[in-house]
Design a protein around this ligand. Structure first.
Ligand code: PLP
Ligand code: COI
Length: 366
């Protein structure tokens, strides 16, 4: 197999004329929030039919001009990824499973009829940005530099067909906790809207899926809950996932369950990592369908003792209460459970370099 160094394209380095001053940056890093502050640089690579990928640059983060007929503005041919760079206990920097994000990005690209980006180029683009913006990585517990690689159809054309040109960009945003509420667990609202149907784009990370989740998410907030949970689109019965996180259930016999990847659920990298970590602990984890009725019954009988959401942005977040048109129920004590906290600590310790990395998930950037 070719190494990264042999296959990676060259990135032109454009100097930043006016980087953020350190006082402003340090103020942001002290309380980064989520998704509102951005680092100084970005990566950009173009793709043109007949030419392929070209003009890779790393330079100042700046607005991009789009023609009003740019295809993405009309037919939403857009995909993205989310991963994080973590400050390490020894002062270094590490990425967590960036190759998995690269592979998922290409799965999304295939579903949206977009060109694939070689995985080594994806990983190198992220490394380039993290190196350029290494001073933007917050170090406090629960914080990191959130990286957002994305690609959109840039052709100026209104016909409905795959575009003939695309732009791939990577931006970075210092991030703290995703849920601001500070509550020990989140409450979720069962939506009657569907997120994804069989044969649709549920397993792809495309912007359109999130656009469709905004009304249900707003409904969850209106009802006083933090997040929306979606059921399957056919029977409106099986629990799928939240708007931006996968779900796990923990039972009183110490076993776990996470909804199986049916094609309508996003295959989360955190989900997959926790599956391995739980099995490393000798726990039994089932990937199966789980119905809302069963969820309610198990919570009421006490068979279900913990439930948590997981994802890059949310890490591992306990779910305390579930509400919907049919009433509300509480899981366990309504707060963080023991196994949830243990798995979260195991994951975060690997990401932050305070525990060994038996699966080789961590990519050190030095
Ligand atoms: N499900 C959805 C819909 C998401 O947007 C995300 C976030 O990326 C996840 C699940 C969790 O995926 P990951 O753990 O790869 O971040
Ligand atoms: C992520 O966790 O990376 C996501 O894309 C989810 C989104 C809610 C921010």
């Amino acid at each position: 197999m070719a190494t990264l160094a042999e296959t990676t394209m060259q990135f032109a380095q454009l100097e930043h004329p006016a980087p953020t001053n350190w006082e402003t940056r340090d103020r942001i890093l002290a309380d980064p929030g989520f998704g509102t502050n951005f680092s100084d640089h970005m990566v950009s690579i173009d793709w043109t039919e007949g030419v392929g990928w070209h003009d890779a640059t790393i330079g100042p983060r700046q607005p991009i001009a789009l023609d009003p007929a740019c295809a993405v503005l009309h037919y939403a041919q857009e995909i993205f990824e989310g991963l994080k760079a973590y400050a390490q206990a020894d002062g270094g920097i590490a990425l967590f499973r960036p190759e998995a994000n690269a592979a998922r990005f290409n799965n999304s690209a295939r579903r949206l009829a977009m060109p694939e980006l070689p995985e080594d180029v994806f990983v190198e683009s992220v490394r380039q940005l993290v190196r350029a913006d290494r001073d933007w990585i917050p170090t406090a517990e629960g914080s990191s530099l959130y990286l957002r690689p994305f690609m959109f159809a840039s052709e100026v054309f209104l016909g409905v067909r795959p575009a003939k040109s695309y732009k791939y960009l990577v931006i970075a945003s210092p991030a703290g906790y995703y849920f601001k509420s500070g509550a020990p667990a989140v409450s979720i609202w069962v939506s009657r809207y569907s997120r994804a149907a069989p044969g649709g784009t549920g397993a792809a990370k495309c912007g359109g899926n999130y656009a469709a989740s905004l009304v249900p998410q707003a409904e969850a907030i209106e009802h006083g809950h933090d997040q929306v949970v979606f059921l399957d689109a056919v029977e409106n019965k099986w629990v799928e996932e939240l708007g931006g996180m996968n779900l796990y259930f923990v039972f009183d016999d110490g076993t776990l369950l996470t909804p199986s990847l049916t094609g309508t659920i996003l295959p989360g990298i955190t989900r997959a990592s926790l599956l391995s970590l739980a099995r490393d602990e000798g726990l039994s984890v089932r990937e199966e369908r789980y119905s809302l009725d069963q969820w309610r019954e198990d919570a009421r009988s006490g068979r279900l003792v913990e439930c948590f959401a997981c994802g890059t942005a949310a890490v591992v977040t306990p779910v305390g209460t579930v509400a919907g048109d049919d009433g509300e129920f509480t899981i366990g004590s309504g707060g963080p459970g023991q196994l949830t906290s243990k798995l979260k600590d195991r994951l975060v310790a690997i990401q932050r370099g305070t525990a060994p990395d038996p699966h080789g998930w961590v990519m050190q950037l030095g």
